[in-house]
Design a protein around this ligand. Structure first.
Ligand SMILES: [Zn+2]
Length: 139
C-alpha cells in the first residue's frame, strides 16, 4: 500500500506525496485554524529537525535552543524571532551547499505524516504539539 517513503524521516505515504508537500498542506490549514497558526514555529522547526540535511550545524544549534526554550519554558515567540534572526544575520550560513548534503534515514516515533493524518485538518494543532514533544525527547 505504501507508495512513497521519505529518505530522511521515514514517513510513509499511500499517495504520491513528500514531506515537503505535506508541510505546505498543513501550513495552508493555518488560515482556517487559529490554534494551528499559533504553533507555526513548532510546525516548521519540527519539520526542519526531521529533515536537517540542508541546514548547517550552526543553524540547527541556534534553532534547537529556541525550540527547547519554547517547549520547556514557553519562551515568547517575539524573543525566538529576535534570536533566530540575529543568528542568521551577516555571514552566518543557514543552508549547506547542495554538494555537501547527504540525506540519511532516521526513524522517529512521530513524523509529519502523523500530523497530516491522511488529510485530517481537525486536531492538527494538538498533533503538532505531540510531534514537537516527541522530537524534544528523541533528538
Ligand atoms: Zn520526511
Amino acid at each position: 500500500m505504501a507508495i512513497s517513503q521519505c529518505p530522511e524521516c521515514g514517513a510513509i505515504y499511500s499517495q504520491e506525496l513528500s514531506c515537503w508537500d505535506v508541510l505546505g498542506l498543513i501550513i495552508a490549514w493555518e488560515y482556517a485554524d487559529a490554534d494551528l497558526l499559533r504553533e507555526h514555529f513548532l510546525t516548521v522547526a519540527s519539520y526542519n529537525f526531521q529533515h536537517p540535511t540542508q541546514f548547517t550545524d550552526t543553524a540547527l544549534v541556534s534553532l534547537w535552543s529556541a525550540y527547547t526554550e519554547y517547549l520547556d519554558n514557553q519562551l515568547a515567540l517575539a524573543e525566538i524571532r529576535r534570536r533566530v534572526g540575529q543568528a542568521h544575520q551577516g555571514a552566518t550560513r543557514v543552508l549547506k551547499p547542495a554538494a555537501e548534503r547527504s540525506p540519511s534515514l532516521r526513524r522517529w516515533t512521530m513524523t509529519i505524516a502523523d500530523v497530516y493524518d491522511g488529510g485530517q485538518a481537525e486536531g492538527a494543532a494538538e498533533r503538532v504539539r505531540a510531534w514537537a514533544r516527541s522530537i524534544r525527547d528523541e533528538r
